[in-house]
Design a protein around this ligand. Sequence first.
Ligand SMILES: Cc1cc2nc3c(=O)[nH]c(=O)nc-3n(C[C@H](O)[C@H](O)[C@H](O)COP(=O)(O)OP(=O)(O)OC[C@H]3O[C@@H](n4cnc5c(N)ncnc54)[C@H](O)[C@@H]3O)c2cc1C
Ligand SMILES: NC(=O)c1ccc[n+]([C@@H]2O[C@H](COP(=O)([O-])OP(=O)(O)OC[C@H]3O[C@@H](n4cnc5c(N)ncnc54)[C@H](O)[C@@H]3O)[C@@H](O)[C@H]2O)c1
Length: 481
Amino acid sequence: MKKHVDVAVIGAGHAGLNAIKEILKVTDDWVLINGGPLGTTCARVGCMPSKVAIHLADSYKMTDKLKRYGVSGGEELALDRPAALEHVRDLRDTFVDLVLANTTDEMDGEHLIEEYAELLDPHRLRVGEREITADAIIVATGARSVVPETWRAEFADGILTVDEIFEQEELPASVAVIGLGPIGLEIGQALHRLGVAVTGVDHGERVSRIQDPAVNRAALDIFQREFPLWLAHEPQIERCDGGFRVRSGEREVVVEKLFLALGRRPNLARLRLDRLRVPMGDHGVPICDPETLRVGRTSVYLAGDAAGGIANLQRAAAQGRIAGWNSVHRRKRSWRAHTPMAIVFSEPNIACVGMEWSRFDERSMVVAEQRFGPVGRALIMGQNRGLLRVYAERKSGRIRGASMVGPRCEHLAHLLAWAIEQNMTVKQALAMPFYHPVIEEALQDTLQELNGELTKPKMRGGFATRWIGAGRASIGSAAQV
Ligand SMILES: Cc1cc2nc3c(=O)[nH]c(=O)nc-3n(C[C@H](O)[C@H](O)[C@H](O)COP(=O)(O)OP(=O)(O)OC[C@H]3O[C@@H](n4cnc5c(N)ncnc54)[C@H](O)[C@@H]3O)c2cc1C
Ligand SMILES: NC(=O)c1ccc[n+]([C@@H]2O[C@H](COP(=O)([O-])OP(=O)(O)OC[C@H]3O[C@@H](n4cnc5c(N)ncnc54)[C@H](O)[C@@H]3O)[C@@H](O)[C@H]2O)c1
C-alpha cells in the first residue's frame, strides 16, 4: 500500500509530539509513525517514574531522622517494597495516560501508525507493509540504554536497565549499579534508600558528569557516606554462585543483579539513515544544521535524543517544535539553545549551569564558593552537606556559570540560569530580593564573595582567583549585615 503526506514524523516522544503541534497549524496531511510502546520515554521509563521512585525513597529515608526529632516508634516502620513499586507504576501510568489523552489517543489510523519505520531514500519510508512518501521527514526516535554486546550475551538474565527496573514486582537484595551518570546516581541512591545493597561502579573519576573538581570531590564525599562508589577502574564481571561477581581494581562484590546506566545512544540503527548519503557524526547520527536541524540539503530533520548529545526533555520538546515548523515553512526558524542547565535529582541535588569548568580561565574569570554547612535553612532541614561554586567574568562582572551539590539546588540552578540568560552581572544579581531563612542565602553569600573578588585591587603576581569558602557563618545573610 502506498501513501503520500506532507510530513512524516518518526517517533512519538516529546520531540515528535511537539513537531506535530507545529505541523497541525499548517496542514492536516501528516503521519506520526511510532515503533514500540506509546507514552514517551519521559513518562514511561525516564524523568517521571525515576522521580517517583526517588521521592518515595527519600520519604522512607526520613524515618532515620524521626528519633532525632523526638518522634518515637520510627524503628517499627517498615517498607512494603512490592507496594512501593506498585505505587511507582500507578503514578507512572497516570503520567503516561496524561500524555496519551492529549496526543495519540486523539489520532485516527490515518495519522498514527504503530510500526517501526525504515528509510528507503530521502522521501520514502517503509513502514510495515506500507510505503510512505513525504515532502519532509522528521526523525525523533529517541535513544536507548547502552548494553555492551558481550554483557548482553553472557549476563542477560542479570541485567536491568531503566526499561526493566520499574516493572519489577520486588527488588533484588543486592545490585551493582554500573555507570554513575545521572541515571546511575539517581536510581542507585533510590534503590539504596529502598533497602537494596547497592555498590556503584564507574570507570571514570566523576559522578553525574560533574566537571568542577571541587564539586565532584564534595559530591563523592557525600554519596560515599551512603553507599560504596568504586571509581577509576574498568569493571570486570563474571557469573558465580549467588549471582555476579563484580570487580573494580582490588575490590569485589557478589550481587544478585546488575543495573546498567552506561549512557544512552540515539535509536537510529533500524532507520537506515546511511541511505541519505550525507556525512555522519558520532553513533551513526547524520550531521545536521545545529540551528535549523535540517540534515544537509535533504528535507529530513533531526530532533530530541535522536540527534545525540545530552538527553533533556525541554531540549527535545523545543527541537521538535523547530523541526515541525521548518518541515512546513520555507522561511526556516533557528533552534537556540538556552543557557545549559543540568539537574540531577539525587539527594542532595547536583546541578551545573552555564559555562562548564573546562572553559574556566583563571586569567579572565573568578570563582567563589560557599559550603552549605553553615547555611541556616540547610541546617534546619538536616541537609547541610554540599558546595556551591559560581564563576564570573573578571572584566564585565557577568555571571557565566556555576556548579553545585547541595539541598534544593534545582532551584538555585534555575535562578542562576535565569541570571546568565539575562546577562546579569554579580552586582545586578545581588540587587535582587532575597528572603530569610532560605537556601537562596547560600547564593547571596557566594555572590557577595564573588563581588569582593571582582572589586579587589589587583595584587602583585596576579589576582587571587580562589576563595576558600570556610567559616562564613551563613545563619542568614540578613543576620550578617
Ligand atoms: C531514567 C531517565 C531519567 C531521565 N530524567 C530526566 C530528567 O529528570 N529531566 C530531563 O530533562 N530529562 C530526563 N531524561 C531524558 C528525557 O526523558 C529525554 O531527553 C526525552 O524524553 C527524549 O524525548 P524524545 O522525544 O527525543 O524521545 P522518546 O521519548 O524516546 O521518543 C522516541 C520514540 O520513537 C520511537 N521509535 C524509536 N525507533 C523508531 C523507529 N525506527 N520507527 C518508529 N518509531 C521509533 C520510540 O519507541 C519512542 O516512542 C531522562 C531519561 C531517562 C532514561
Ligand atoms: N535529571 C536528569 O536530567 C537526567 C536523569 C537521568 C538521565 N538523564 C539523561 O539521560 C542520559 C543518559 O544518562 P546516563 O546516566 O545513562 O549516561 P551518562 O553518559 O551521563 O553516564 C554514563 C556513565 O557511565 C560510565 N560508563 C560508561 N561505560 C562504562 C563501563 N563500561 N564501565 C563503567 N562505567 C561506564 C561513564 O563514565 C558515565 O559516568 C544523559 O544524557 C542524561 O543527561 C538526565
